[in-house]
Design a protein. Structure first.
Length: 253
């Protein structure tokens, strides 16, 4: 038995030696396989990033194209809106011009109508004025106090021919009745004391001609050379010189 075991061991050892000389050890074969796999993986890894870069560049280019197209579309929209605004503005301006021309025509027509109406109204007023505005008066003078107490005088005035009557001590032509009131006996009366003046409107005024002793009408002291309007619808109290007088206006037909 021992002899057989030795022969078996020798036989196994011989087989190992033959394998060592003729073949590659198993561990080395595994290492080579691992190295080859790693090299292949490294090569694939190097190739893969290139594909990613190429894909990234293509994506960026696509995004740029899309953005450019979007900007162009925005510019086109802005241009369209601007053109529409310009067209609308032009239409509005034309409409405004037409409306302005219509308004001018209407204003001209209205102006003509108004002027015609005013002219007609003026003619009517002139006719009314001729009939209603006083044109002539007879002034009755009653002496209440003074040198001519109890006496009566009269003056005539006409807006066209004789619109003023004069009062004073003067005996000149324009102071003589019926164009004026001459009272030479009143020493306190100025030579040309006052003037009674009628205007085309029918109003009558008394003007103190800067007399020495002044003039009072209905208890109002008159200022020199300043016309004082008389209320001719009722008797008027006039104080001049040394006397007091009552003036009554009667309209002539």
């Amino acid at each position: 038995m021992r002899k057989n075991l030795r022969l078996a061991n020798l036989h196994i050892a011989a087989l190992f030696q033959i394998g060592a000389k003729c073949g590659v050890p198993k561990e080395k074969k595994m290492k080579r396989k691992q190295a080859t796999g790693m090299a292949a993986a490294s090569s694939e890894d190097k190739k893969k990033p290139m594909k990613k870069k190429v894909r990234a560049s293509e994506a960026n280019a696509h995004e740029r194209d899309a953005l450019t197209q979007e900007v162009d579309e925005m510019i086109d929209v802005q241009g369209f809106l601007l053109l529409e605004c310009q067209v609308s503005s032009k239409k509005l301006v034309e409409q405004a011009k037409l409306r302005a021309a219509e308004l001018r025509r209407e204003m001209e027509e209205g102006k003509k109508v108004l002027l015609n109406a005013l002219e007609a109204e003026k003619e009517n007023l002139d006719k009314v004025d001729e009939n209603t505005i006083p044109r002539a008066f007879t002034i009755s003078v009653r002496c209440v106090t003074g040198p001519y107490r109890g006496r009566k005088f009269s003056m005539d005035m006409d807006v066209k021919r004789h619109s003023s009557c004069f009062v004073g001590r003067s005996t000149g032509r324009k102071f003589r009745s019926p164009r004026g009131l001459s009272m030479p006996k009143d020493s306190e009366l100025s030579t040309s004391h006052g003037e009674i003046k009628m205007e085309t409107t029918g109003k009558v005024f008394f003007i103190d001609k800067d007399s020495t002793n002044g003039t009072r009408i209905d208890d109002v002291e008159l200022e020199p050379e300043k016309p004082y309007e008389l209320t001719i619808s009722k008797p008027i109290k006039v104080e001049v010189g040394a006397g007091e007088y009552e003036f009554t206006f009667e309209q002539k037909a």
